[in-house]
Design a protein around this ligand. Structure first.
Ligand SMILES: NC(=O)c1ccc[n+]([C@@H]2O[C@H](COP(=O)([O-])OP(=O)(O)OC[C@H]3O[C@@H](n4cnc5c(N)ncnc54)[C@H](O)[C@@H]3O)[C@@H](O)[C@H]2O)c1
Ligand SMILES: O=C(O)[C@H](O)CO
Length: 386
């Protein structure tokens, strides 16, 4: 039997019981739920990653919906517990939902929400920051200064890579991959090569138009290419950023063999999910190739790093903060709450989960719809006509 968990309660007499497994930024999400007759219970347990047993205790005997986190294992056990408690909806406060067994949710008729769009630019900005920081050795240089080692300008001090005119490679050119590509192409005048299962038409159009603009101004135009294979990107690009979803097809997408075909001075950035890279192979590659650099926001066995990674100067490591801007995190909380609320209230599903702005406007009530339910089709949920 799991120990009781500590909770904070809002609107104790609300008709519907909604549980959030973590305190989330902002108060709009709480207010929106309370306004619609929800009693909101927030787990305040001082434990970063809740176990399945902790969450079962939180769900209790009656629970209409749960807002959860990407660190939690939402599978058969939790969906059956939620269903027994009368629950109809679960939403991750994240766009990625590789921690959720959607088939198990379908079996119990539980709608699964995620939070796309609101974190696209914030995440792409961190990927761009890691790219520049790795290319220009910013973290190493900062540590050097703080250690009191700087005793004057030197021609060879922390020499890194120029981005302008080099090639940026994007693997997974969806929402975030495309936003990142635009930042690197427009901001640093890099050429683009990308690999995705689908054609990124809007991205291609953007780069074409930007190239024409540069040409008209007498500057060298940028170029783009959709690669036929991932290997082509790895071979040709100087900076490579990974932005696919994590599934069976992307697990260890970057492995020992693929690292070996990359340029010796390439920069590799990962703001997707840790297991997309074989981290043991990466540590070995970094040791053998000191001019190869990485910027990592995510790790294979989060919160842990593979042995040796933390000692390497050619690795920049940050703790899964790519979506951590105030506006984005508050927006993620709002979207997650509205996903759960929408299902409880029997609202339809928003027709385009890429266009979630109407839900984020603080000056107007949100549309009567769930912003993004990933198993809407499987559950036969109606789509909003708004
Ligand atoms: N580090 C963070 O804090 C953070 C923040 C946001 C998102 N993410 C991760 O980023 C992922 C992408 O988010 P998004 O909003 O851009 O999603 P998206 O669905 O818009 O983009 C994912 C892209 O990956 C492509 N893809 C899928 N399988 C592929 C394969 N085998 N090879 C190449 N491409 C493949 C898809 O076609 C799609 O274009 C999320 O699933 C999440 O895991 C991480
Ligand atoms: O998938 C996501 O949304 C991230 O990992 C957290 O923002």
């Amino acid at each position: 039997m799991a120990k009781p968990v500590s909770i904070e309660v809002w609107n104790p007499h609300g008709k519907y019981r909604v549980v959030s497994t973590k305190p989330m930024p902002g108060t709009r999400w709480i207010n929106l739920l309370m306004e619609q007759d929800c009693r909101v219970e927030i787990c305040t347990q001082k434990k970063t990653i809740l176990s399945v047993e902790d969450i079962i205790a939180l769900i209790g005997d009656k629970c209409d919906g749960v807002i959860g986190q990407l660190t939690e294992d939402w599978g058969e056990t939790l969906f059956s517990a939620l269903s027994r408690a009368g629950g109809k909806a679960f939403s991750n406060m994240a766009v990625g939902y590789n921690n959720v067994d959607v088939n198990a949710a379908n079996k119990y008729g539980v709608a699964i929400g995620n939070t796309p769009g609101v974190l696209t630019e914030t995440t792409a900005e961190l990927a761009a920051s890691l790219s520049v920081s790795a290319a220009r050795r910013i973290v190493e240089a900062d540590e050097f200064m703080r250690a009191g080692l700087y005793d004057g300008w030197l021609p060879n001090l922390f020499v890194g890579n120029l981005l302008k005119g080099q090639t940026v490679g994007v693997i997974g050119a969806g929402r975030i991959g495309s936003a990142y590509a635009r930042m690197m192409v427009e901001g640093f005048k890099m050429n683009l090569i990308y690999y995705d299962l689908y054609q990124a038409t809007r991205l291609e159009k953007f780069v074409t138009a930007y190239a024409e603009f540069l040409k008209a101004n007498g500057e060298q135009p940028v170029t783009w290419k959709r690669a036929a294979s991932m290997e082509e990107v790895l071979r040709e690009a100087d900076v490579i950023s990974l932005h696919p979803i994590l599934d069976k097809t992307t697990y260890h997408l970057v492995n020992k063999e693929r690292l070996a075909i990359m340029k010796k001075e390439a920069v590799l950035v990962n703001c997707s999910r840790g297991p997309v890279i074989d981290e043991v192979a990466l540590v070995e590659h970094l040791k053998q190739n000191p001019m190869f650099r990485v910027g990592l926001d995510v790790f294979e066995d989060e919160p842990y790093m593979k042995p040796g990674l933390a000692d390497l100067k050619n690795a920049i490591v940050v703790p899964h903060i790519a979506s951590a801007s105030k506006w984005t995190r508050e927006g993620m909380a709002t979207l997650a709450a509205l996903n759960v609320l929408g299902k409880i209230k029997g609202y339809p599903i928003w027709s385009d989960p890429n266009q979630v702005e109407p839900f984020l406007n603080e000056n107007a009530p949100p549309p009567a719809a769930s912003p993004s339910i990933v198993n809407a089709k499987a559950l036969g949920l109606p789509v909003s006509r708004l």
